[in-house]
Structures are given as structure tokens and as C-alpha cells.
Design a protein around this ligand. Structure first.
Ligand SMILES: Nc1ncnc2c1ncn2[C@@H]1O[C@H](COP(=O)(O)OP(=O)(O)OP(=O)(O)O)[C@@H](O)[C@H]1O
Length: 254
């Protein structure tokens, strides 16, 4: 069953009459439960706007969007942003608990379990200022998973980290995802990262339309050192470059 359904979605930013800017156009896709879907595309193609609409931060201009939970209650969302957004005066565990409605023992145990999955079990009582940037982002990821969301939205969560730290966190994200199987929509401009993580990649083109919806059928866990992963990464990258080339030689999408 689809957790997220997006149908003929469009978004226009009104920049004052007569100027209006269409950022997303006729976007239709579904995300089924327990899948990891990435949205990629060049800068300015509308990735963050789409994520903001899914999260409810931004309104859409037309079309439909719906989110369902399996259990008949209102669907729950989790978020991971580019920066971890931890409260500096709260310990790691209290930052984890801050976003939880229920403060009971079972929820604390779950928060600790996810902290353990990202290798920070021993840091539960640390304050954010005592952690490296990569460790803080791991707390942000653990916190989002610990909410047990029906849909987890991730907006370029590794883009502020150095390459080595980012690679480590991608491996960890794969492990935590394999154990929890949450439904994820992950925004990135990095195709290589998207192939490593995703079951599916939705490519947005300039003008905010879907250019391609690519299924990634590779065994997990995936590591960049694996030649089959590297080959597919190169192939998808080439397809994206072809799209950019097309954009240079044809009329831009209205
Ligand atoms: N509040 C706003 N008002 C007007 N225009 C906006 C607003 N927010 C975004 N835009 C425009 O919408 C377009 C898409 O922006 P968006 O941030 O969604 O792209 P993106 O694909 O996430 O880009 P990047 O990869 O650089 O983060 C851009 O042209 C941007 O200037």
C-alpha cells in the first residue's frame, strides 16, 4: 500500500503581479511502504520545495497529496535536515525525547536502541557541544527514526559533512534502515549517494517535472567499493548529464 500519493502536483510562487514562477509541474508518483526513495536533480529544480510540500511547511498550488498510516491513526512524519538542529542545553537523550509525545520507559528504551544503532549509546548524557558534527548528525538521524514515523523525510542530511564522515554515515543509514524498514523520501543533489541508498530514484528536471523514475535493484548493503554499485552510479550519472544537455539544447519546460 502507498504511504505517500502525489498526483498532478504543481507549485507556483507568486513574486508579485505579473510575475509568477512555476517551480513544480504535474508531479505524480507514489511511495510504497518500506521503500527508500530519493529525489535528485540539479540545483533549483524544486527538490526542497517538493519536500516542504510533503511535510506541510509549504502549500501546493494544485493537485493532490495524501499520506496514510497502516494503523488508522493520523500519519506521523520524521525529519532529518542538513544540520541536526539539536538543542544545545539538552543532553543527547533529552534531545531524542524532546520530539516524542510519549515520555514513558518504552519510548526511552527505543530512543536508546536507536542511539545504539548509530554507535552513540555511550554518549546519551553528552551535550551537543561535546560531539563532532558527524556525531550530532547521527543523533539527528537516530531521533528521526525513534519517532517511528510512517514517512521519514531527509533533506540532504550529509551535505554539510566532509566526504569521509558522510561515507560512514551513509553506511550507518543503510544499516539502520535495513533494521527498521521505515519509508523514506530522501532529497539529494548527489546521484552517487542516491544509488547507494535507494530502491528508487525520481529525477526532477529544471522546470520541476519528473524526468525519470529509476528502480535500483542492487543487493544491500551497498558499498562504493563494490564494482556493481560503481557501475550503476556511473550509468545514472550519465543519464542525468544527458538530461542537462537536453536542457541546454531545447526550450526549457514552461
Ligand atoms: N519562497 C519562495 N519564493 C519564491 N521562490 C522560491 C521560494 N522558495 C524557492 N523558490 C524558488 O523555487 C525554485 C526551486 O527551489 P528549491 O529550493 O526547491 O530547489 P532545489 O532543487 O531544492 O535546489 P538546491 O538543490 O539548490 O537546494 C528556485 O528557483 C527557488 O528560487
Amino acid at each position: 500500500m502507498a504511504v505517500l500519493t502525489v498526483k498532478n502536483l504543481a507549485k507556483t510562487f507568486n513574486l508579485g503581479t505579473p510575475r509568477a514562477s512555476r517551480v513544480l509541474d504535474d508531479i505524480t508518483f507514489e511511495v510504497r511502504g518500506q521503500t527508500f526513495v530519493s529525489i535528485v536533480g540539479p540545483s533549483g529544480c524544486g527538490k526542497s520545495t517538493l519536500l516542504n510540500i510533503i511535510s506541510g511547511v509549504e502549500e501546493h498550488t494544485s493537485g493532490e497529496i495524501s499520506l496514510t498510516s497502516d494503523e488508522g491513526r493520523p500519519a506521523r512524519m520524521g525529519y532529518v535536515f542538513q544540520d541536526p538542529r539539536l538543542l544545545p542545553w539538552r543532553s543527547v537523550l533529552r534531545n531524542m525525547m524532546y520530539v516524542q509525545d510519549d515520555q514513558g520507559e518504552a519510548t526511552v528504551a527505543r530512543a536508546r536502541r536507536y542511539l545504539d544503532m548509530v554507535g552513540l549509546a555511550k554518549n546519551a548524557d553528552f551535550y551537543p557541544g561535546q560531539l563532532s558534527g558527524g556525531m550530532q548528525q547521527r543523533v539527528g538521524i537516530a531521533r528521526a527514526f525513534a519517532v517511528e514515523p510512517d514517512l521519514l523525510l531527509m533533506d540532504e542530511p550529509f551535505s554539510h559533512l566532509d566526504a569521509i564522515t558522510a561515507r560512514g554515515l551513509r553506511a550507518q543509514l543503510q544499516d539502520i534502515w535495513a533494521q527498521s524498514k521505515k519509508t523514506v523520501v530522501f532529497v539529494t543533489h548527489d546521484v552517487v549517494e542516491a544509488v547507494e541508498l535507494s530502491d528508487r530514484i525520481i529525477v526532477l528536471q529544471p522546470g520541476g517535472r519528473i524526468y525519470e523514475d529509476i528502480g535500483i535493484d542492487l543487493p544491500r548493503p551497498r558499498r562504493q567499493t563494490d564494482p556493481t554499485v560503481a557501475t550503476l552510479q556511473a550509468e545514472v550519472l550519465a543519464r542525468l548529464e544527458a538530461m542537462k544537455e537536453l536542457g541546454r539544447t531545447t526550450e526549457p519546460v514552461a
